[in-house]
Design a protein around this ligand. Sequence first.
Ligand code: AP5
Length: 210
Amino acid sequence: MISMLFGPPGCGKGTQATFLAGHFRVPHVATGDIFRKNLKEGTPLGLAAKGFMEKGQLVPDELTCEMVADRIAALDCAGGVLFDGFPRSLAQAHWLIGASKGKAAQVVSIEVPTEVLIARIAGRRVCSKCSATYHETYDPPPALCRACGTASIVQRPDDQEVVVRARLETYTRDTSPVLGVLRSAFPVYVVDGVGAVEQVGQRILQALGA
Ligand code: AP5
C-alpha cells in the first residue's frame, strides 16, 4: 500500500507520519527530510535543492522524482511506503500515478486553518541529527533529543517568518491543486488536523478503517 500525507506546511504531516509509519510498519519517506540530509552532507542533490528551500519554493520536479524513484526502489519499500510531502506539484502527482499503476494507494489530506499553521511552525524545533520534531508550547524540546539522545535540537532555517510566508504561498499556488488530480486516481480521506497529536492520529486511523 502506498499512502500519502497531504497538507500545508505545519499541518502535522511529519508528526503523524512518524506514528503511522510505525503503526503500518512501512518506511516514512519525507522528501523534505531527504533534501535536508543531502544539504547537511553537502551532496550535489543537497546543493541543487538549497536555493529553492531557502526561498520556500519547490525543488524542481525532475530532481525530486528522480530522488523518490531511487528511494522507493530500495528493498525496504517493497511492502509499501508512507509519503510525507510528496507529491506536491501536478507533475509529481502524474509521475506517481504512473509509477503506482497496479498498486493500492490512498491519500490522507490534513486540514488546519492558517493561523494554527503559523503558530505551529513558529514554535517548531527539530533535531538536526534525526529530524525528530518538538514544539515550544505543545511538546517542549528536552535538552537531549528523545529519539537519538543528542543535543542537536534547533529551529529549521526555513521556519523564519519570511520563508514561512513564501512556503504557504507556494502551497496555495502549486500544491493545493494537486489534491484534485490525486482524487481522480486514489481514495482521498480528509481529516481535521486541529486537536491533540494523538487525537489527530486516531482520526486518521479511523478514516483509513485501520
Ligand atoms: P518539508 O520538510 O516537507 O516541509 P513542509 O511540507 O513545508 O511541511 P513541514 O515540515 O513544515 O510541516 P509538517 O506538516 O510536517 O508539520 P510537523 O509535523 O512538522 O519541505 C521543506 C522544503 O523542501 C520545501 O519548502 C521544498 O523546498 C522542499 N521540498 C520538500 N518536498 C518537496 C517536493 N515533493 N517537491 C519539491 N520540493 C520539496 O508539525 C509542525 C509543528 O507543529 C511541530 O512543531 C509539531 O510538533 C507541531 N504539531 C504537529 N501536530 C500538532 C498538533 N496536533 N497539535 C499541536 N502541535 C502539533
